[in-house]
Design a protein around this ligand. Structure first.
Ligand SMILES: Cc1cc2nc3c(=O)[nH]c(=O)nc-3n(C[C@H](O)[C@H](O)[C@H](O)COP(=O)(O)OP(=O)(O)OC[C@H]3O[C@@H](n4cnc5c(N)ncnc54)[C@H](O)[C@@H]3O)c2cc1C
Length: 374
C-alpha cells in the first residue's frame, strides 16, 4: 500500500464505495476509511428501487444525474458481478405509481403529461378499471395509476459490497477507523485524523459520510446542513402470488423481492441518529399498506429494519468541491435515491478529482449553495 494514497475517501456506503470503484478504474490509488463496515447503514438496508422516472418533475436539477445513473446501472450490471465476484440481483422491473384522492390523481396526471413527452410508450396511464384489471389486489380506495417501464431493483447491500470488492481487487485499501478531524498545511487539508491516532495524507479527499456530514462540515468550516431522515421497511410473508410490478404511493411502496418476501415501507422521521426499528414504524407502514393492498392484512412480519437517509434542506444531492478547501470534494445528500443516484454521483466526483470536464450535469447541486445556511 502506498503510504499516501492519491485519494482518501470518508464513508463506505454506496457513494463512497462507488467513488472508490471509479477512481481505481481511472488509475488512482485509493484508501477508504469506514468506522463500521461496508454498507452497514442506509446503503445496506435500503429498499433497492432504481427509479429514473418516479418523483422526477419538469426542470428537475436531478434529471441529468438521474439519466446518467440509469445508464451507469445498466453498464455496471454487465460487468460488476464479474469484476467483484458478487451477484447483486440487478433486474429491470415495471413500476406502478398509485393515486387515491383527487389531489393525488391531479398530481399524478400532471407528472404523466410531462413524462409522456420524454419517455413516450414507456409511460402508460391507467384509470380505475384498467388499474384493477392489472392488479386486482389493489384496494378500492385507489383510483388511478401510472405505469413506467424504466424502473429496476438491486439488493442494495450486495450492490454496495460489489462496488467495494471490485475497487479492492483493483488495489483500493480499507481502513476500519473513524475520521475525527483533519490536519492542515498552509491552510489546505493535508491529512485525515483517525480515531486510532493515525493520519492519512492524500492529494485529494472525498467526504461521502452520508447523514453524518455535520462533523465534516465543522472540520472544513463550510455551511452544508445535511441531516438524517429515518426510514423503516417491513419484509412480509404474503399470501398468494408475488406482485408482478413494484407499487408506490405517496411516500410508500411495496414489491416482491427475489427472496420471496414482500418488502414494504416507509416512514420519514426526524428523530436524529436513531436507527432503531419501532412500533410506530411498523404500525404506520402496515396501516398504509393494508389500505392499498387489503389482502396483506394477515401477512406475517418476518423482518423489520430502519436506517437514515442523508438529506439536504432543499432535498437535492450535494456534489462538488468543498468551498475554500482545495482538493476536498463532497458527495452526499442523496436522500431517498442514493442507491439509484450513487453511481452517477461517484462518477461525477471522480471526474472532479481528475480535473476533467464531466459529461454528467450537476448544475444546481454544488456544495456552495448553502453558504450562510446552518
Ligand atoms: C428506508 C430507506 C429506504 C431506501 N430505499 C431506497 C431505494 O429504494 N432506492 C434508492 O435509490 N435509495 C434508497 N434509500 C436511500 C439510500 O439508502 C441512501 O440515499 C444511500 O444509502 C446513502 O448512501 P451514502 O453512501 O451517502 O451514506 P451511508 O450508506 O449512510 O454511508 C455513509 C458511511 O459513512 C460512514 N461514516 C460516517 N462518518 C464517518 C467517519 N467520521 N469516519 C468513518 N466513517 C464514517 C458511516 O459509517 C457509513 O457507513 C433508502 C433509504 C432508506 C432509509
Amino acid at each position: 500500500m502506498p503510504d499516501s494514497p492519491d485519494v482518501a475517501i470518508v464513508g463506505g456506503g454506496v457513494v463512497g464505495c462507488a467513488t472508490a470503484y471509479f477512481l481505481t478504474r481511472d488509475g488512482y490509488s485509493v484508501t477508504l476509511i469506514e468506522r463500521n463496515s461496508v454498507a452497514s447503514h442506509a446503503s445496506g438496508f435500503a429498499y433497492g428501487g432504481l427509479s429514473p422516472i418516479v418523483g422526477i418533475i419538469e426542470d428537475d436539477p436531478v434529471l441529468p444525474l438521474s439519466e446518467a445513473s440509469d445508464a451507469l446501472h445498466s453498464e455496471l450490471a454487465e460487468r460488476l458481478p464479474a469484476e467483484s465476484g458478487v451477484e447483486y440481483e440487478y433486474r429491470t422491473k415495471t413500476s406502478l405509481t398509485l393515486a387515491s384522492d383527487p389531489a393525488q390523481v391531479d398530481e399524478l396526471r400532471e407528472a404523466h403529461d410531462w413524462l409522456k413527452l420524454h419517455y413516450k410508450s414507456e409511460v402508460v396511464w391507467h384509470d380505475e378499471a384498467s388499474l384493477h384489471a392489472l392488479e386486482p389486489r389493489v384496494g378500492p380506495s385507489v383510483t388511478a395509476g401510472l405505469l413506467a417501464d424504466r424502473s429496476g431493483e438491486v439488493e442494495p447491500y450486495r450492490f454496495t459490497l460489489a462496488l467495494w470488492q471490485a475497487a479492492e481487487r483493483a488495489g483500493a485499501q480499507m481502513r476500519n477507523a473513524e475520521v475525527v478531524g483533519v490536519t492542515r498545511v498552509a491552510g489546505n487539508v493535508s491529512a485525515l485524523c483517525l480515531s486510532n491516532g493515525e493520519e492519512i495524507e492524500a492529494d485529494a479527499f472525498v467526504f461521502a459520510a452520508g447523514p453524518w456530514m455535520g462533523k465534516a462540515t465543522e472540520w472544513l468550516g463550510i455551511d452544508m446542513p445535511i441531516s438524517p431522515l429515518k426510514g423503516q421497511i417491513l419484509r412480509l410473508k404474503a399470501p398468494g402470488d408475488p406482485l408482478a410490478v413494484s407499487l408506490s404511493w405517496s411516500h410508500n411502496y411495496a414489491t416482491t423481492k427475489p427472496d420471496g418476501l414482500l418488502w414494504c415501507g416507509t416512514t420519514e422521521e426526524r428523530v436524529g441518529f436513531d436507527e432503531t426499528p419501532s412500533a410506530y414504524g411498523r404500525d404506520t407502514i402496515m396501516k398504509s399498506v393494508v389500505e392499498v393492498l387489503p389482502y396483506l392484512v394477515d401477512a406475517e412480519l418476518v423482518h423489520h429494519t430502519a436506517c437514515l437517509r442523508p438529506v439536504a434542506p432543499d432535498g437535492l444531492p450535494v456534489i462538488g468541491p468543498a468551498p475554500n478547501n482545495a482538493g476536498v470534494f463532497i458527495a452526499s445528500g442523496s436522500g431517498r435515491k442514493g442507491i439509484f443516484l450513487g453511481p452517477a454521483m461517484a462518477r461525477s466526483v471522480a471526474d472532479m478529482v481528475a480535473g476533467k470536464a464531466s459529461s454528467i450535469g450537476v448544475s444546481g447541486l454544488s456544495a456552495d449553495r448553502f453558504s450562510g445556511v446552518r
